[in-house]
Design a protein around this ligand. Structure first.
Ligand SMILES: [Zn+2]
Length: 321
């Protein structure tokens, strides 16, 4: 990490979050022992990966199109529990050309779903010295609650600036007017929670929306591009500056997606298309050797993609201290 502006401003106030830290029950008041932000640079672009926390999901969600025995064997191989998994939730802050861009917003708070380990974003931005009023743009990879919920928590809209721009694929806004869950396989309660979060988001942020069709230049070297698949308007963010590149893949890639890119994730609304998008992106990144970050890969999720026979390998990047 090279003297990063975002990282520098983040050193000042760990204690605030430490006082309200859920990652170590019984240790409130101590400094946070597990890091929740990671800064890197992509050429002239500053990037900060921030953890919104963890989202517990039933293991069957990772593969709706394979037998339970096959899934359980994979989980066992990966030293993962057979029943409930913790999904990491990564959000990214990007600074380029004088703009501060929040890419996705975490889960927020949904009292009905009881997910106390997620929804940490606002606290963690504050602990990183990032004032919400400094955010000029929000880019949404898609409108699932674990990506927009942070915008819906009490008081959030008022802390964001009035001239905020929210970039979203037009196809995504259109989809959520009448969403199709017929191909999904989500845990109970989720479809309703997702529907209502999407509706609230469209109601509350309609006037801030900057809808794009295929892609949109958000700031110098920052492009959001629609992929479809996971949802019809699912998009990825491509960063490019000098010779450096980084892709934020949103939900195009899950942990299992490297080994088993053809397994359908229960949150995918169009699973065959989602698998096609995943394979295309992983192939491209393996060929170009460009790094990747993604929402549900283990924090901070910075990795490279390698080809492994018919599938792929995730090669974690060495942390830059
Ligand atoms: Zn997600």
């Amino acid at each position: 990490m090279k003297n990063n502006v975002i990282a520098d401003s983040g050193q000042q106030d760990d204690t605030k979050e430490g006082l309200d830290n859920t990652s170590h029950p019984g240790m409130s008041g101590s400094d946070e022992l597990v890091p929740s932000r990671y800064a890197l640079r992509v050429g002239e672009i500053d990037v900060l990966v921030v953890s919104d926390g963890l989202l517990p999901i039933p293991a069957e969600t990772i593969a709706s199109n394979v037998d339970a025995t096959v899934r359980t064997a994979w989980l066992d191989d990966m030293f993962l529990p057979p029943d409930m998994l913790d999904w990491p939730l990564n959000v990214v802050v990007v600074r380029s050309g004088g703009r501060t861009i929040l890419v996705d917003a975490g889960l927020g708070a949904d009292p009905d779903l009881h997910l106390p380990q997620a929804g940490r974003l606002a606290l963690r931005l504050e602990a990183a010295g990032i004032d919400l009023a400094s955010v000029t743009d929000v880019v949404l990879t898609h409108m699932h609650m674990d990506h927009i919920g942070g915008l819906l928590v009490d008081g959030m809209r008022n802390r964001l600036r009035p001239d905020l721009r929210v970039h979203l694929a037009a196809a995504e806004a259109e989809f959520w007017a009448s969403p199709d869950f017929s191909r999904t396989s989500m845990p109970p309660g989720f479809p309703d929670a997702l529907r209502s979060a999407a509706k609230r988001f469209l109601d509350e942020y309609r006037s801030e929306l900057r809808l794009f069709k295929a892609e949109c230049d958000v700031a110098p070297g920052v492009v959001v591009r629609r992929t479809g698949g996971h949802t019809p308007g699912h998009s990825v963010v491509r960063l490019a500056s000098g010779a450096d590149r980084l892709t934020f893949a949103g939900d195009a890639v899950f942990q299992v997606g490297f080994d088993r890119p053809d397994w359908h994730n229960g949150f995918e609304h169009y699973p065959e298309e989602a698998a096609r998008v995943r394979v295309g992106l992983l192939r491209e990144l393996a060929a170009t050797r460009e790094p990747l970050v993604a929402t549900h890969l283990s924090f901070p999720s910075v990795c490279h993609v390698a080809v492994a026979g018919d599938a792929f390998r995730c090669v974690p990047a060495v942390w830059e201290y």
